[in-house]
Ligand binder design. Structure first.
Ligand SMILES: *Cc1c(COP(=O)(O)O)cnc(C)c1O
Length: 357
């Protein structure tokens, strides 16, 4: 499976997002939004930002040699994570701290360097964070830890989350004056909060963490394809594949690159709330890929069906007689979720031709 990047367009989009988002913190976590953590760290470095965010302690190592600035870990620090403990006093790492107990443990680690932290405020997500009643701990924590700010992670943006962001930010800053780091709110909200909470000519800094919009916001800047690995003519009723299902008609079995290891044909949960979401999940092959499910591969202009569930690194696709099969070595379009995809090849769009034999 191949990811092709139009690097100039991709970077132009990144720069546009960075320019309209003062204090932006690029997020590089998980599969690196399909691009890989190393690549995103390098892009963040060229963007000239001072902070990058990773998801978990184990991801710090993947970015630290490719990015010079600070690395914030989004998942809250926990004492039972050996890597989190080991890196607790790393001067380049900023930890998210969400429980009073963890503040205390971090404060008592000893040594000269005070751990750098942001303190998380519990929101209506009810995931992690100090409750409103515990926000006063910010002041005490600052005596023992290097508190860089408050962090507020809201559910998907709505009028209600907008109001919640303002309310929680005001309470947190009232308890302890420090910058506010936000996620999933528009720049205008961050600026409004900064304006509201600025006092006596001293501007309150707000910072926004952005992943999807930054890396995946320009859909035309990248494309995904799969190499045709093999092709066999079949007759209706011929047995095919691990499961020896019968060919549904005369035509071809096309073996294409990409399987479960690449994130193809994985069942992806949707919010389930809209028909549109369901339709997308079908179109991307995210539905249960057994039997004759529609695959995410486009061959001869149409999405084609799987002959059996995808294998680890390849999939068997059926093309009926009357369609024009590809040639071995061709690249065909494949639709994947960028946050679950793993590519074998990442190339620049200026590259041409087929994969060398
Ligand atoms: C993952 C994450 C983000 C980035 O989310 P996107 O929707 O990809 O922009 C921001 N903030 C926090 C706390 C996160 O965990």
């Amino acid at each position: 499976m191949t990811l092709t990047i139009d690097t100039d367009a991709w970077r132009a989009h990144q720069r546009a997002v960075v320019e309209r988002t003062p204090g932006i913190i690029p997020v590089a976590k998980g599969n690196g939004y399909g691009f890989g953590l190393t690549r995103l760290a390098e892009e963040a470095q060229s963007l000239g930002v001072r902070t990058i965010a990773v998801g978990v302690p184990g991801e710090v190592a993947a970015v630290r040699d490719h990015f010079d600035g600070d690395i914030v870990v989004l998942q809250p620090w926990r004492p039972f994570d050996a890597r989190a403990v080991e890196l607790a006093r790393d001067p380049r790492v900023i930890w998210t701290v969400s429980r009073l107990d963890d503040i205390e443990v971090l404060a008592n680690l000893g040594g000269d360097v005070r751990p750098r932290v942001i303190l998380e405020v519990l929101t209506s997500m009810r995931r992690h964070g100090l409750s409103s009643a515990d926000l006063d701990a910010g002041e005490e924590a600052s005596a023992m830890l290097d508190v860089q700010g408050w962090t507020i992670h809201l559910p998907l943006h709505s009028e209600a989350t907008e109001a919640e962001a303002r309310d929680l930010a005001a309470r947190a800053v009232d308890a302890f004056r420090a910058p506010v780091w936000l996620s999933h709110v528009p720049v205008s909200t961050a600026e409004a909060i900064s304006h509201e909470l600025s006092a006596q000519g001293e501007r309150l800094e707000t910072r926004l963490r952005v992943g999807t919009e930054l890396w995946l916001g320009d859909r035309s800047a990248y494309s995904t394809s799969a190499t045709v690995l093999d092709l066999h003519e079949v007759s209706r009723g011929d047995r095919i594949g691990y499961h020896q299902h019968r060919a549904p008609g005369d035509g071809w079995v096309v073996i294409v690159a990409g399987g479960t290891a690449n994130g193809v044909g994985m069942e992806a949960p949707t919010s389930g709330s809209t028909m549109r979401a369901k339709a997308i999940s079908v179109a991307t092959g995210a539905m249960e890929a057994a039997g004759r499910a529609l695959s995410p591969y486009t061959l001869d202009g149409k999405k084609r069906t799987f002959l059996e569930p995808p294998h680890m690194q390849s999939s068997m696709i059926f093309m009926p007689k009357g369609s024009t099969p590809p040639q071995v070595g061709d690249r065909v379009p494949v639709e994947v979720r960028m946050t679950t995809a793993l590519f074998d090849i990442v190339r620049e769009r200026t590259d041409t031709g087929r994969v060398p034999a």
